[in-house]
Design a protein around this ligand. Structure first.
Ligand code: UT7
Length: 360
């Protein structure tokens, strides 16, 4: 008997209420709204300023919305894969904390670190667990508090990143739907182009590492840009080739949101009109492993059963990959479809739900 299919059957997203605009950043570093918009496409990003909340909390808010939308109980979840470069702690895994805070009493979980490619790596893992019949319901979370590792004196990085969380549910689906092709790659020789220099076992924290600001994101932007455009395009073309897909058959490209120029260059090479490309970088910036699930959550009302999606990413490591999937449900029928929540629970509308305040 052939394997059963596995697909995304629900999606949700949460971003912090605090908006950090390009104009705010002009006050911290030598930059301008014009430079940031023209070089990256970003106008604003969200940051979690509340000291008593962090990555796991953002993930939990997104998960609670997903469970509500699908009418599921916390006990229905078997496994949580938390993709992040900003875990609550070095250990234990943030997935453990999420299970506890979200009341997922039957679930176990683990963290997966593949920088901006984390979500695709995590989705690929979830699909294996579901396809082989081990689990029925797996959550893949991309959650990042990038502001915790951002040097707000470094104009080359602090204008790019933002905070947020997105989550998808992976469940069995008929084999014609769900994930069809997965291609993932890594090349560790690129590790020094985008990384956090200290805080790990190679350079544990010392007074010197703190004074040298080595606990923040470091990026050689131009070098990463070149690799990103090339790898993105290559891997998408490979997936299209394996699936026998022509450009005009793709309904949606869901690219990691690192830079609007990268996204446009890739779309141009693939001859995909920008109307078929999900883009939210202008309002959320680069939320690392959260960008793709946040896009899916926002576009959910427009997604139909059988739609052909390509999810693609490139990030630190280097890591990159693409996944071709057939969307498994009609997003227009889902309650709260398309709403990226951006208020803390209990601080929103009268029924305790939060209200969307995203500024397009
Ligand atoms: O998500 C993971 C993967 N990451 C990526 O894919 C990111 C890839 N890289 C990028 O998106 C772009 O390289 C950046 C947005 C990071 C930088 O844009 P760029 O067009 O590649 O700029 P650059 O690094 O080549 O710098 C051009 C100039 C430099 O000045 P000089 O040396 O020409 O005088 C920079 O110092 O722009 C300067 N610059 C800035 N100026 C104003 C760099 N950052 C800023 C800034 N505001 N924020």
């Amino acid at each position: 008997m052939g394997r059963r299919g596995a697909g995304i059957t629900a999606v949700a997203g949460w971003v912090p209420p605090t908006v950090l605009t390009n104009f705010h950043l002009e006050k911290f570093v030598e930059t301008s709204d014009t430079w940031i918009r023209e070089r990256t496409g970003i106008r604003e990003r969200r940051i979690l300023v509340e000291r008593d909340r962090t990555t796991s909390d953002m993930a939990v808010y997104a998960i609670h919305q997903l469970l509500r939308k699908r009418g599921l109980a916390p006990e229905d979840i078997d496994l949580v894969i938390c993709c992040t470069v900003t875990p609550d702690h070095v250990f234990p895994a943030t997935a453990n904390i999420i299970c506890d805070k979200a009341g997922l009493r039957r679930a176990w979980g683990f963290d997966l670190e593949a920088a901006c490619s984390g979500f695709l790596y995590g989705l690929a893992c979830a699909v294996q667990f579901v396809q082989n019949g081990m689990y029925e319901r797996v959550l893949v979370v991309g959650a990042e508090r990038m502001s915790a590792i951002m040097n707000y004196h470094d104009r080359t990085t602090c204008v790019i990143f933002g905070d947020g969380a997105g989550v998808v549910l992976v469940e069995p689906v008929v084999p014609e739907l769900g994930v069809q092709v997965i291609r993932l790659y890594s090349d560790g020789s690129g590790r020094h182009a985008l990384f956090q220099k200290a805080g790990g076992a190679l350079h544990p924290p010392t007074i010197e590492t703190v004074l040298n600001r080595e606990h923040y994101v470091y990026q050689e932007g131009r070098a990463v840009f070149g690799h990103a455009v090339r790898r993105f395009t290559e891997v998408i073309e490979e997936v299209m080739d394996v699936a026998g897909l022509r450009s005009e058959e793709i309904d949606w490209l869901v690219p990691h949101q690192a830079n609007l120029r990268i996204i446009k260059a890739v779309a141009r090479t693939l001859r995909l009109p920008m109307e078929k490309v999900m883009v939210n970088i202008h309002k959320f910036g680069n939320t690392t492993s959260a960008t793709i699930p946040l896009c899916l959550a926002e576009w959910e009302p427009r997604l139909r059963t059988g739609d052909r999606l390509i999810l693609a990413t490139f990030g630190g490591g280097f890591t990159w990959g693409a996944i071709y999937l057939r969307w498994a449900y009609d997003g227009s029928l889902v309650p709260e479809s398309g709403r990226i929540l951006d208020a803390f629970p209990g601080e929103g509308t009268a029924n305790g739900q939060t209200e969307e305040k995203n500024s397009d």
